[in-house]
Design a binder for this molecule. Structure first.
Ligand code: AMP
Length: 417
């Protein structure tokens, strides 16, 4: 299969080749013709499988077909959940939007929060054909009358399940209110949990549903390991593994921003080039750290789930779940930072006595069964019973009793009349 056979113009085929994309990936082969036809698409394909180009190429082709007006009208809106992903998707869009002989170069604007709004307002002067945005900043710009969405013909939700999730519900609702209902909607993610599927169904019109399963040929080669360790010795074990295995580009996931700072600092003290990466850092610092990590200036990035979605880092060899993810969906996205575009990778999860039951649940949801390994010198001493009985020992967010749990417990204690 070639991109030409999928119906893409020679200019776009050449632009894709410049990025090293010569053979379409399975999701690209299926999504591109459907999007060119104008159909709504729900595309579910594994992490690192080329979803960005799967929507970027056909969108650009449709936009290049005109009509071209001045000032430019925003005809394609791409929403993403994080600022880093906005920058990444915008970059791919810009590199693919090469000028064609008979049509002007398409303008791609990228907008996200955490940085001054003024340059973004300037960039939107004269309009933009494509806007890549995080929802909050998009709404701010609309309030400043910096752009209008009334001409949007194509709407993409990248990491759609995250955007349809409760955390973004209000902002997304407001954006959807502002884009015309007669539009082409394109939803992409590696996961569509049942809870958000109903929402997606309500927004898509007779969609082409693409569920590209991992086959042995296109499966990301991510070796998964689970190591039993005592909670207090996780940093020591991490340091040991990094040094022993000469790991060079490692993404370590922790549960909190504080832990990201703390673990990075502890590693740094022992001579490992480790940096934190989390939402309390300024946007400038976040961008700088990510660029430096991509350039190999840091060996280890200790991060929250901020880095779990969509971020593409070449040659990222190892992902470590220092704290386990909250859900099986988050597990898929976290480990999917490695093993991208056909490369191989390793995902290591630290399982403590307190988090054993939670990991077993993730395994069950993922149809996985990983042997629990022990590293010589790090034999766990904590027992599961003691760990679950002792309060505050769980390293996982969401382990603490919720208000509902407390209410239930209080009700259970209330003597029956
Ligand atoms: P994405 O899922 O869009 O983040 O893409 C994952 C990785 O695959 C990125 O590093 C892309 O540059 C790469 N990629 C996307 N499409 C292709 C293709 N057709 N051939 C080779 N690499 C690709």
């Amino acid at each position: 299969m070639t991109f030409s056979l999928l119906g893409l113009s020679p200019a776009l085929v050449a632009a894709a080749a410049e990025l090293g994309f010569t053979t379409p990936t399975p999701i690209q082969s299926q999504a591109i013709p459907a999007i060119l036809r104008g159909a709504d698409v729900q595309g579910c394909a594994q992490t690192g499988s080329g979803k960005t180009a799967a929507f970027a190429l056909p969108i650009l082709q449709r936009l290049q077909a005109g009509p071209h007006q001045q000032p430019r009208r925003t005809r394609a809106l791409i929403l993403v959940p994080t600022r880093e992903l906005a920058a990444q998707v915008g970059e791919v869009m810009r590199r693919l939007a090469q000028p064609q002989a008979d049509s002007p170069r398409l303008k791609v604007a990228v907008v996200f929060g955490g940085v001054s709004i003024n340059p973004q307002m300037m960039a939107l002067r004269g309009g933009a054909d494509v806007v890549v945005a995080t929802p909050g900043r998009l709404l701010d710009l609309m309030q400043h009358n910096a752009l209008r969405l009334s001409s949007v013909e194509m709407l993409v939700l990248d990491e759609a399940d995250r955007l349809l999730d409760l955390g973004f519900a209000e902002e997304l609702h407001r954006v959807l209110w502002l884009v015309p209902p007669q539009r082409q909607s394109l939803f992409f993610s590696a996961t569509f949990p049942p809870a958000v599927q109903a929402l997606a169904d309500g927004l898509l019109r007779e969609p082409v549903r693409l569920d590209v399963p991992a086959t042995p040929a296109n499966e990301p080669a991510i070796a998964q390991r689970a190591i039993r360790v005592d909670e207090k010795r996780r940093t020591e074990l991490l340091r040991h593994l990094i040094k022993e295995n000469h790991w060079e580009r490692v993404l370590v996931f922790v549960a909190t921003r504080y832990a990201a700072q703390h673990v990075a600092w502890k590693l740094h003290q022992t001579g490992i080039f480790a940096s934190p990466f989390h939402g309390d850092m300024s946007q400038g610092a976040r961008q700088q750290v990510l660029t430096e990590f991509r350039n190999g200036q840091w060996d280890v990035l200790v991060t929250t789930d901020l880095a779990s979605r969509g971020i593409d880092i070449a040659q990222l060899a190892v992902v470590v779940n220092y704290d386990l993810p909250r859900s099986a969906v988050d597990y898929v996205h976290r480990i999917g930072r490695t093993g991208r575009a056909g490369a191989s990778g390793l995902a290591v999860s630290f399982v403590t006595a307190a988090s054993e039951a939670h990991f077993a649940l993730i395994e069950k949801r993922q149809h996985l069964s990983l042997p629990r390994e022990q590293v010589p010198g790090f034999k766990p001493l904590e027992s599961e019973v003691a760990a679950t009985a002792a309060p505050g020992t769980g390293g996982i967010k969401g382990k603490r009793p919720s208000k509902k749990d407390k209410l239930r417990a209080a009700l259970a204690r209330t003597p029956k009349a």
